[in-house]
Every structure is written in structure tokens, then in C-alpha cells.
Design a protein around this ligand. Structure first.
Ligand code: SF4
Length: 488
């Protein structure tokens, strides 16, 4: 069979012809999806399964056999029932539709299901390609709809798909964007059939609508400390790149830079670390002992698992807490990691109330996140409202001196995240840890709680989670110690 242009390939081709060509002609050159991308796929699949419940009596067409799926679709169209995973093949173009719903005498509605919470341009392109394929085989399409997750839905007992999804009619947007689709499809088919890979230069298209999997390859020529490591957004970065400036150190003096960008340039050029002692001392004065270094790990499933929670709500399942009684004293560590499939929130609140004491600063890194989690906890369990009112004024954000460039090390690049700041400030890092990022922790927890992990895997992941979260709060203790020395 000749290479086909499917809907995902069509979207890839609209993003970049080189990406499309590589997907078809050198698929071994496309890196395997990372854990986060795979997780997004898995969530999408789960959401798709719930969406089928919106169309009772529908027929799920098996799709492990490509031609079998196409043949079964052809046969089942005559039954005039909702079809799930219908495969439409016309010449060199192909699509599989989430839902094809019969309406009126001889018409169909296309319903595309997305696990996102709003309409995006790329979804409209996706649906327009499906409509194009359907019309090529003679199907009459009445309306095109997009089903996406209703973020306001609150689970109460069994999931109600009619409440979980928002179905929006996209027919007019699809109509509008369909202009010129015949030509676009023909151009992309030509790209596919070319012997040579199209030459493409890097640009904003590498980042949207999806981060391109070939980024490491195409962007690999950039020097260390390139203009894409500059703080302040993509517009400035691409504007410098378009002027032929690749490295931060080569930015001419007459190009205006913000205070932060100027600090970055100086650090790159001199190799020095930028330290503003007075401002760091002022920040440290806000830390009142005993100090409680707090970090939550959360997970946010698309389909809520606990009553009273919404899709994608950050549900804490773990915290780490280091308590330092007075300056220079040994930190004492406490931790919590949920067990079982019970809602962990009541126990987390009880533990925090017991451990956080009545006074002293509560230090978090990007504290707005921890504050948000606490507020949502108390919204669900209002009996803790008075307690929270005493907690919030005690919160201090350790991100502050870094986001304000009171400290900057060029190794941080354009970020003030703890994963970059900790090694920059203390020389210690997250290497060789089984879990080394918040999103990985969230995915790993979801897998051991609601997946089919073995006892052994569960024990391994739990050990990794405990180690990872502990590192986040212990790392904060080290950072504060180091800031004290630096500001002396
Ligand atoms: S990284 Fe950019 S230029 Fe390279 S294939 Fe992807 S989108 Fe195209």
C-alpha cells in the first residue's frame, strides 16, 4: 500500500513538511513519545471511551486490522447507527473518526472528541480533514462537532458523560477552514512522495500546535547559551535569531535588553554568578523560625476519580515537610504518601494540621501552587477554613529571589525552576533519581494507583516518589543555607 496521508499526518504536515516527510519516510528518526506525551495519549484514549456513552447503541468498530476496519465501516454505514472508530479510505487519504453519527435520512454528523478543555485551531483543522475524507467517499456531512471536557463538571457518584463533555458545533469554522483543503492535501501528498527531505529552517512552527519531536535534531546546531535561553518570551528570541544573532554573548550593545536579560548577558560573557546581597538579605529576613519547608505532589486526571472533584483538578497525594526549628539546627523530615484508592485529601489535611504548628514561616518553591492546593482542599473540607486563615499569611515563596534575578547563574538558562536553581546554587541535583520532575511523579502515582502495576513496581515507584518529594524540600533547606552564606 502506498504511504497514506492520515489526519495526524495532515496536522503534522501543516505544522512542518519536514516533520511529515520524516514521519513517513524515516519513521525511525522520530523519537519515541516521552512519558508526558504518552500520558496525554492515554488520557485521550480514556476520555474517548467515556464519550462513546453519549451515543447509546453505537457500534465500536475494531481497528487493530487496518483494512478490516475500513471494510467493516463500509458495511456498517448501511445500518445507520452511531459508529465509533470508523475508518474511511479514499485513494491516498485516510482517517479514523471518533464518532460518526447518523442524522436525517442519509446524513451524518462528525463528532471529534478531545481531552482538552477548550476549542483549539488545530482541532478544527483535524475535523476539516475528516470531513474532506468522508465527502470523498460520498458521505453527506451535516454538522461537525467537537466534544471536549467541561472543566466545571463536579463528579458525584457515577460519571455522567452528558455533564462531563461540552459538545460544540464547529460546522461554520470547519466550512471556513476547508477552503483550499484540496490543494493543501495534494501538496502534502507531494511532500510525502518526494525522495528528498524538505529543507526547513527553525521557527515558531517548531513549538505549535505541538512541540515538534524533531526539535533536538533541528535545533542541535545552536550554541551553548543561545538567544533561545534568553528570559522574556519567544518573540524576542526569534527576533534576535532572525537578525542572525545566535548566542547571547553576541547580542550587540545597541539592542535594548530588559534588566534580567542584561544580567544573563553579563553572566554568559564573564562566567560570573550574579548575586544581589542586599536584596537576598531582605528576603531572608522574611523567614521566621521555626521554618516549615513544604512541597505537594498532585495528580489531575481528565476523568475525576473522587466525588466532589473536577476534571484536571490538582489532587494532592503526597507531601514532604522539613522543619528547621532555628537557624543552623538540623532539619527534621516528615512525609506523607497516600495508600489505597481512598480520597487522600482528608488525611493530608489532618497530617498538615498536626505538623505545621501555630507559628513560623512556611516556605514553598512557587508557593502560589501550594496555596492553590490548600485553598482547594479547604473548599472541599470547610471545617479547616479557620486553620487555613492562619496558614496562608505564613507562606513565603523561595522562588522570589530567583525570579527577580537577585541570584542568577547562567546554567539556569531561562528558568528559575528548582530543578535548575538547586544545582546552580548548591551543586546538588536530581540526576539518577527514578523520578526527577513533578509531572513524572504525578504520572507514576496514577499508574500505580489506577493502572495494572505489579506489587514490585508499586514498591519501586513509592520509594522513588518518597525520595523525589524529599529532595524538593531538603533542596529548599540547602538553597536557603547557601543564600545566607552568599549574602554575608
Ligand atoms: S523542529 Fe521545526 S523545522 Fe524541524 S521538523 Fe520540527 S517543526 Fe520542522
Amino acid at each position: 500500500m502506498p504511504p497514506l496521508l492520515s489526519k495526524s499526518k495532515y496536522i503534522a504536515g501543516l505544522q512542518c513538511p519536514k516533520l511529515l516527510w520524516t514521519q513517513i519516510n524515516q519513521p525511525e528518526g522520530i523519537p519515541e513519545p516521552d512519558t508526558i506525551t504518552q500520558y496525554v495519549f492515554d488520557q485521550g484514549h480514556l476520555v474517548g471511551e467515556y464519550a462513546k456513552k453519549l451515543f447509546p447503541g453505537g457500534i465500536d468498530i475494531p481497528h487493530d486490522d487496518f483494512m478490516g476496519n475500513v471494510a467493516a465501516t463500509k458495511r456498517l454505514l448501511a445500518e445507520k447507527k452511531p459508529l465509533f472508530e470508523a475508518g474511511i479510505l479514499s485513494g491516498k487519504i485516510y482517517c479514523r473518526l471518533d464518532i460518526l453519527n447518523p442524522v436525517n435520512e442519509d446524513e451524518w454528523d462528525i463528532v471529534e472528541i478531545k481531552s482538552g478543555t477548550s476549542v483549539k485551531q488545530v482541532y478544527i483543522d483535524d475535523v476539516s480533514f475528516q470531513k474532506f475524507c468522508c465527502e470523498k467517499v460520498g458521505l453527506k456531512i451535516r454538522n461537525c462537532k467537537l466534544g471536549f471536557i467541561n472543566r466545571q463538571y463536579v463528579k458525584n457518584g457515577e460519571i455522567d458523560p452528558r455533564e462531563l463533555f461540552i459538545l460544540e458545533d464547529m460546522s461554520s469554522q470547519v466550512e471556513e477552514i476547508s477552503e483550499g483543503i484540496e490543494e493543501r492535501v495534494s501538496n502534502l501528498l507531494e511532500v510525502i512522495s518526494n525522495k528528498a527531505c524538505p529543507e526547513m529552517t527553525i521557527g515558531q512552527h517548531c513549538l505549535a500546535p505541538y512541540e515538534c519531536p524533531l526539535r533536538a535534531e533541528c535545533w542541535g546546531f545552536l550554541p551553548e547559551n543561545s538567544v533561545f535561553d534568553l528570559r522574556g518570551g519567544k518573540t524576542k528570541q526569534f527576533s534576535l535569531w532572525e537578525q542572525g544573532i545566535l548566542s547571547i554573548k553576541d547580542i550587540p550593545d545597541d539592542i535594548p535588553l530588559s534588566r534580567q536579560q542584561q544580567i544573563q548577558k553579563e553572566c554568559v560573557m564573564t562566567g560570573n554568578v550574579h548575586v544581589e546581597k542586599k536584596e537576598i538579605r531582605q528576603f531572608l529576613c522574611r523567614l521566621k523560625y521555626p521554618l516549615y519547608y513544604l512541597d505537594f505532589e498532585t495528580f489531575g486526571p481528565a476523568i475525576p476519580v473522587y466525588d466532589g472533584t473536577r476534571p484536571y483538578q490538582d489532587i494532592p497525594f503526597q507531601f514532604s515537610l522539613h522543619v528547621v526549628e532555628s537557624e543552623g539546627s538540623e532539619p527534621v523530615h516528615h512525609s506523607f504518601l497516600a495508600e489505597g484508592t481512598e480520597d487522600p485529601r482528608p488525611q493530608i489535611l489532618r497530617e498538615l494540621q498536626r505538623l505545621l504548628g501555630a507559628e513560623g514561616g512556611i516556605v514553598a518553591y512557587n508557593a502560589g501552587f501550594e496555596e492553590g492546593v490548600l485553598k482547594e482542599l479547604v473548599e472541599a473540607f470547610p471545617e479547616y477554613t479557620d486553620w487555613l486563615e492562619g496558614i496562608l499569611p505564613r507562606m513565603v515563596d523561595l522562588l522570589f529571589p530567583f525570579t527577580n534575578f537577585h541570584y542568577y547563574n547562567a546554567s539556569q538558562k531561562d528558568t528559575a525552576s528548582l530543578k535548575k536553581v538547586l544545582p546552580a546554587v548548591t551543586g546538588k541535583g536530581y540526576e539518577e533519581m527514578g523520578i526527577g520532575a513533578g509531572m513524572d511523579a504525578s504520572i507514576a502515582y496514577g499508574r500505580i494507583m489506577y493502572g495494572d502495576a505489579t506489587e514490585e513496581e508499586i514498591a519501586g515507584v513509592r520509594a522513588d516518589l518518597l525520595k523525589y518529594c524529599q529532595m524538593d524540600t531538603e533542596g529548599m533547606v540547602w538553597v536557603v543555607d547557601r543564600l545566607r552564606k552568599l549574602s554575608d
